[in-house]
Design a protein around this ligand. Structure first.
Ligand code: APR
Length: 327
């Protein structure tokens, strides 16, 4: 049985990322009311049973159920407090995120309609790629307010950048702070001006000789290709552990009203010189979902890179509309 006040987390898409989010949510006791949903008959019920037995082993009471029906007759999505959307298809080696556009737009349209009808008060985190366009589509189709529909990518890209920097600097990851903004594609922007090592700006760290500009440039490029590097190594599917952990951090910030500053794919209207679009920006995440989009003043090359990255998002959004979707 779920405890009375446990938030209901619905995982739409119970594959690699959805399954891992379920596991982490159950083991961390963030929720003991977890529903797996997927189009594959039986699979979500199997994941739910597996999770219930795993949490039992850890003496955690967790009610997890599985459901292969997103229709209104189903209890699966009904009144969910949090929905994590990973439904769709992941990349194969050699594919870009954008190659997933038409297949995943269809899936996200169906999922968005179901969310709008069955859990209109939920906080929704989308992970399905191509991310920025899928989040925009999901928000429009579901009709949920923009502050409650976000995408998870910036935190993942920032974690990759942090990890590579800490490794090169031979310091703890705890001391490296940074942000990756813009669209979740090859033109994403690791923001060097917002990068520091225990408060020391990265530019000073370079002057101190702890790392060279060339090493930083290489790390920026590796970060941009960070997802593709894992796709090529795995050969089947894409990264799933780090995306799941990052999504869980966002869930935690929401449920605990932490007001953490997290780079997310959020609705931007009037900031960064942008109108009514979705893209990666620093946000305060608390009990209202996106409480605020921070208008970080980028300058010089970083500003140009951000504009270029958001132009890529807009172009893809236009393609999505040409395919008949209302992104
Ligand atoms: N409704 C519900 N589930 C669906 C639907 C749908 N209409 N269509 C597909 N699915 C399910 C698939 O059956 C599959 O189990 O979505 C699941 C996706 O899981 P994986 O294939 O394991 O993919 P995963 O690695 O979890 O990535 C999911 O996140 O990072 C992105 O690019 C990635 O778009 C991909 C998504």
């Amino acid at each position: 049985m779920a405890t009375r006040f446990s938030p209901k987390i619905a995982l739409v898409g119970s594959g690699m990322i959805g399954g891992t989010v379920g596991l982490l949510s159950g083991l961390s006791s963030l929720s003991n009311n977890i529903v797996f949903l997927d189009v594959v008959e039986g699979m979500p019920a199997g994941k739910a049973l597996d999770l219930a037995q795993a949490t039992t082993c850890q003496d955690i009471q967790c009610t997890s159920t599985g459901c292969s029906d997103l229709s209104e007759n189903s209890e699966g999505l009904k009144d969910a407090d949090i929905v994590i959307v990973t439904a769709g298809f992941p990349r194969k080696p050699g594919m870009s995120r954008d190659d997933l556009l038409s297949k995943n737009a269809e899936v996200i349209s169906n999922v968005g309609r179901a969310i709008g009808k069955q859990c209109p008060k939920a906080f929704v985190i989308c992970i399905t790629n191509p991310l920025d366009v899928m989040v925009s589509l999901l928000q429009k189709v579901s009709g949920l307010p923009t502050n409650r529909v976000v995408g998870m990518a910036g935190l993942l890209d920032s974690s990759r950048f942090r990890y590579f920097l800490a490794e090169a600097l031979k310091v703890s990851v705890k001391d490296v702070h940074t942000m990756v903004l813009g669209g979740h594609g090859d033109a994403m922007v690791p923001v060097l001006s917002a990068t520091s090592v225990n408060g020391i700006p990265l530019f000073t760290i370079i002057e101190m000789g702890m790392i060279t500009q060339k090493q930083v440039d290489d790390i920026v490029e590796r970060t941009r290709q960070g997802g593709g590097e894992i796709v090529a190594l795995l050969k089947m599917g894409s990264a799933f552990v780090a995306p799941a952990v990052c999504a869980l951090s966002m869930v935690q910030a929401y449920l605990r009203n932490e007001r953490r500053i997290i780079p997310c794919c959020a609705y931007i209207d009037g900031k960064y010189g942008l109108k009514a679009t979705y893209g990666g920006v620093p946000c305060i995440i608390g009990s209202n979902g996106v409480e605020e989009v921070l208008d970080l003043k980028l300058a010089g090359q970083e500003k140009e890179m951000f504009i270029k990255s958001m132009k890529d998002v807009e172009d893809l959004r236009a393609n999505c509309r040409k395919l008949g979707f209302e992104a």
